[in-house]
Design a protein around this ligand. Structure first.
Ligand code: CP
Length: 316
């Protein structure tokens, strides 16, 4: 059994410099937050007097709302900034925008931006803590934390990540969710298999320790403990990366039939948003194997734990 470890980090920009013990410690805090969310009154005073600002320069449903819910459940004040409708359209720079919000005494920013590295840049311009809510195709650390937590909670007889196999199917090339999950699952001792058309599986990812590429879906899924389908990110894609959507569906759609090749207790995952009957069969997404709704539900306690750990529980 691991000893309780205090998180040392000022920010959550990515998980590369978080140790396995810190991740496990954050999940233990998440267990306590799950208990809070099961109470009749889902509110604790842990972040009273603190102000959290969500800074979203890209669309979001799950991440933005679950951070807001996570902050409010701990009694923080929440300010929501959306790029559309802001003074950025009048020519104000990102730095000046941040300085303006800083003057309102923000304690923590939750940042989503289409350009990789933006949360890191913002962390150099403010004394407040920064949480990366997705930057370009680089990282989405809280998504990986909630995916790993959902597996830990939902896989029958879970006895650790070592010896487990996660298969990620689809548009890995454009996926920050894939990159963050590869980092997290391999750090904890699991194997990751990436599956999809050759054009959407970057060669260099296949060279990461604990990661392999496979171009045939049934072969990739053989014996897997969890299979995660990814959406085609056509908003980040140049044309010509796969022949046609119908051909993609025929070869790579995750279906109940394909899941027959997996471990009998294997979980079906999807980070959302999902295009039903494109990358995943609708009936499989609604089946008992699917933990897709649980992933969304776990987004709140995991993000509560992140906010708490950075603002209150951090080792100084
Ligand atoms: N998984 C995820 O990041 O979803 P949203 O884009 O809805 O936040």
């Amino acid at each position: 059994m691991m000893e309780a470890v205090q998180i040392r980090h000022r920010h959550l920009l990515d998980l590369e410099d978080w140790s396995a013990s810190e991740i496990e410690s954050l999940w233990r805090t998440t267990d306590a937050m799950v208990e809070v969310m099961q109470r009749k009154v889902k509110k604790v005073p842990a972040l009273q007097g603190l102000t959290i600002v969500t800074l979203f320069f890209e669309n979001s449903t799950r991440t933005r709302l679950s951070f807001e819910r996570a902050a409010k459940a701990q009694s923080a004040e929440v300010l929501n900034f959306a790029a559309g409708g802001s003074s950025l359209s009048k020519g104000e720079s990102l730095k000046d925008t941040l300085k303006a919000i800083d003057a309102m005494q923000a304690d923590l920013y939750v940042v989503r931006h289409g350009v990789a590295g933006t949360p890191h840049q913002l962390s150099r311009w403010t004394d407040a803590a920064i949480v990366n809510a997705g930057d370009g195709r680089r990282a989405h650390p809280t998504q990986a934390l909630l995916d790993g937590y959902t597996f830990r909670q939902g896989f029958r007889g879970f006895d650790g990540f070592r010896g487990k196999r996660l298969v990620i199917v689809g548009d890995v090339m454009h996926s920050r969710v894939a990159r963050s999950n590869i980092g997290l699952w391999t750090k904890l001792g699991a194997e990751v298999v990436l599956c999809g058309p050759r054009t959407l599986l970057p060669t260099e990812l296949g060279h990461w320790p604990g990661v392999q590429r496979c171009f045939r879906l049934e072969e990739a899924v053989e014996g897997a403990h969890a299979v995660m389908a990814l959406r085609m990110q056509r908003e980040r894609m140049q044309s010509g990366l796969f022949p046609s959507l119908s051909e993609y569906q025929a070869r790579y759609q995750l279906t109940a039939k394909v899941m027959e090749h997996a471990h009998p207790d294997a979980l079906v995952m999807h980070p959302g948003p999902m295009n039903r009957d494109v990358e995943i069969e609708g009936v499989l997404a609604d089946s008992p194997r699917s933990v897709i709704e649980q992933q969304v539900a776990n987004g709140v306690p995991v993000r509560m734990a992140v906010l708490y750990s950075l603002l209150v529980g951090r080792a100084r």
